[in-house]
Design a protein around this ligand. Structure first.
Ligand code: ADP
Ligand code: MG
Length: 318
């Protein structure tokens, strides 16, 4: 490591480390995170490579924010309470302007998501960003992809297709009014992982009166597109998922698209929304901000009438 690595870390990556679960943060050989009795550690790691996973000319601040948000979305999908994260950074050079802006994005995401930065690694090479996240789940109660039952409803949070629409705006393929364009670009660069919803979907415990949200039977975050990700629930649960395109929640910015079919295709097959897709028993009502988009039936794969060409690939996972 270069001799000035320590000053870079101290300058840019030591200020975002405070949190209730942080017993020891940046500066020693390991960080130490505290779990409560009855909890287990949930962990996941995501890497983004310049030119492959993000546009080379993106604002460094957005690159940092998005890398953290995308990694944190996996905690949301499990119903995990965020504890902290580590950041492994490979840099071509110690470009301080880039580092300053990048670290602002990481810090903003750490604050927004209550996910303190407790450690990492800094090396030289092609620009690569790896974020590992840590969360706490109650023993034997994490939300899994397996567990959906025929008769369950299928729900999504927020609106779908916005990130794909934002990418289309950035690439000049969709030109809505300026406010809509700005909204869609922000949905691409600054996704909002659904951490609070994930925890709520654990339910508040068997038999508790006043449970506001019914426990989800299965959940996943929508990172590759609803069809692909609902397909993972279907495969893991051994069921079929039937989606209804007419029910897909579209933002006003996407609903304004002159070609509704294109907007629905983004909602079904565009990635990077980082919303949650989950299943609830048939009698449950939709949690706030969520929409029922289909149902679980016996069988396998995913279907969406009217979009057979898109679903063809998602019917077999052998
Ligand atoms: P070691 O050689 O023991 O792995 P390092 O010299 O790589 O330690 O890192 C020193 C300290 O700085 C460690 O606590 C490590 O977690 C932290 N650290 C290194 N790089 C980063 C980074 N990019 N972001 C946050 N913390 C970092
Ligand atoms: Mg190291």
């Amino acid at each position: 490591m270069p001799a000035d690595e320590f000053s870079l870390i101290a300058r840019y990556f030591s200020a975002f480390g405070a949190g209730p679960a942080v017993a020891l943060g940046v500066g020693d050989d390991c960080a130490i995170l505290a779990l409560e009795p009855g909890e287990r550690l949930a962990t996941s790691v995501d890497t983004v490579v310049a030119g492959v996973h993000f546009l080379e000319d993106s604002l460094p601040e957005d690159v940092g924010y998005r890398a953290v948000a995308a990694a944190a979305s996996d905690l949301a999908a499990m119903g995990a309470r965020p504890l902290g994260m580590t950041l492994a950074l490979t840099l071509r050079d110690a470009d301080e302007l880039w580092l300053h802006s990048f670290s602002q994005g990481v810090g903003a995401a750490a604050a927004d998501l209550a996910l303190p930065l407790v450690g990492g690694d800094t090396t030289r090479g092609p620009l690569t960003i790896t974020v590992q996240v840590f969360g706490a789940v109650p023993v034997d109660r994490a939300l899994l992809r397996a567990g959906a039952q025929p008769g369950d409803g299928v729900y999504v949070s927020g609106t779908l297709g916005d990130a794909a629409g934002g990418l289309a705006v950035l690439e000049g393929r969709y030109r809505p009014d300026p406010a809509a364009a700005e909204y869609l670009e922000q949905r691409f660069f600054r996704p909002t992982p659904q951490l609070a919803l994930g925890v709520a979907l654990l339910g508040v415990g068997p038999g508790s009166p006043g449970a506001e949200v019914t426990r989800a039977s299965a959940a996943i975050d929508v990172s590759d597109g609803l069809l692909a990700d609902a397909g993972h629930i279907a495969a893991a649960s051994g069921v079929r998922i039937q989606l209804d395109a007419a029910r897909l929640p579209l933002s006003p910015a996407l609903a304004a698209h002159p070609d509704r079919d294109q907007a629905l295709r983004w909602a079904l097959a565009g990635g990077d929304d980082y919303e949650l897709c989950f299943c609830l028993p048939s009698a449950a009502s939709a949690p706030a901000g969520c929409t029922r988009v289909g149902e679980v039936v016996a069988g396998e794969g995913v279907s969406c009438p009217g979009f057979g060409d898109l679903t063809a690939g998602y019917n077999h996972f052998s």
